[in-house]
Ligand binder design. Structure first.
Ligand code: GLU
Length: 326
């Protein structure tokens, strides 16, 4: 009898040991965070859309994705560097400068751990001016009230380069405000600024808001200074914003632009990035339907254009599996 009791205890002890041992085998949920931009821009939709594709497969890979609104490209670079963000959307010019440690990133030095994942839609530098402002080209900015953008944004980073090219500083303007992307349209409608600057895909909610509330025009961004920028930097290209996208703006508008790119850090697990790109490309038609700016995306350009940093190992693994790269 005594012996029997002993063996029961030993048996249940073994059960507990087995249960404890089995626990780590039940796959743990992993959470990833993607840095986007203002809620009325396109980056926010990129992040939300990528997460939607990833979360469709959560039962299999146990990855849960979220994509909060952020200050934009530069804020996303900083968030990935500090490990707060796993991935982020970043303008191709910002990617180049952050990876190489140039211009506004000179002080911090190159971020060599930056990794490319894929390229998204084109982003023309878009100037929207009040119809009563007298601004017809970016060269009319001196003496006007201009929102040059919040310091975490990509447009601010690009504007710094544009201002330098024109020989302008903040004193050139009657007002150089630093409002977030999502605040620009109402500032324009309330007549607190004459013009807003947004490096962004089209159509987007912010410019829709500005052009439907008041008479506002997309104006051209051209001239010798802009020609020189396009000539000097590999990531700038000439670009045309087609007419007819916004109320009162039926004509094409000439400007220059960059591409939105999706990046990560070498510190992020290969597996996580692999599952993320797989989720996007395996649901690609569904993904492209989530925003009109995604309509013309194609796989070939997405893994070739606008990427300065080396491909993330997880992305490269998936592209190799598909036979897209060697
Ligand atoms: N290009 C902008 C930035 O880097 C964001 C545009 C968007 O949110 O779509 O801050």
């Amino acid at each position: 009898m005594k012996r029997h009791v002993f063996s029961t205890a030993a048996f249940s002890g073994a059960l507990i040991a087995a249960a404890t041992f089995a626990a780590p085998a039940v796959a743990q949920e992993r959470y990833i965070t993607i840095g986007t931009g203002g809620q009325t821009g396109v980056y926010y939709v990129v992040g939300q859309s990528v997460c939607r594709m990833v979360n469709r497969g959560s039962e299999e890979h146990n990855i849960r994705c979220n994509a909060p609104s952020t200050g934009g490209s530069v804020a996303n670079v900083n968030g990935m560097k500090s490990g707060e963000l796993d991935m982020g959307v970043v303008q191709s010019d910002v990617q180049y400068r952050a990876y190489n440690g140039e211009a506004n990133f000179e002080e911090e030095g190159p971020w060599e751990d930056m990794r490319s994942v894929f390229t998204m839609h084109g982003e023309p530098l878009t100037v929207v001016a009040r119809a009563d402002s007298g601004i017809e080209n970016i060269s009319d900015f001196p003496g006007k009230r201009v929102n040059i953008g919040n310091p975490g944004s990509g447009q601010r980073n690009t504007m710094d380069v544009v201002m330098e090219a024109f020989g302008w500083d903040e004193d050139t303007f009657a007002l150089a405000s630093q409002l977030d992307a999502a605040e620009q349209a109402s500032a324009l409608s309330d007549n607190n600024i004459d013009a807003m600057v947004y490096v962004v895909g089209h159509p987007n909610g912010s410019i829709q808001e500005a052009t439907t509330t008041i008479d506002a025009r997309l104006v051209s961004v051209t001239g010798d200074e802009i020609d020189a920028l396009v000539e000097e930097y590999p990531y700038y290209t000439r670009s045309v914003i087609p007419g007819g996208l916004y109320r009162g703006n039926d004509e094409d508008v000439e400007t220059f632009g960059v591409a939105a790119t999706f990046v990560s850090s070498a510190d992020v697990d290969e597996d996580i990035v692999y599952e993320t790109v797989k989720a996007v490309f395996e649901n690609f038609d569904r993904f492209k339907r989530l925003h009109p700016a995604f309509e013309n995306l194609n796989e070939e350009d997405m893994i070739a254009d606008g990427l300065t940093a080396p491909l993330h190992d997880g992305a490269a693994r998936y592209y190799r599996e598909r036979g897209w790269i060697e």
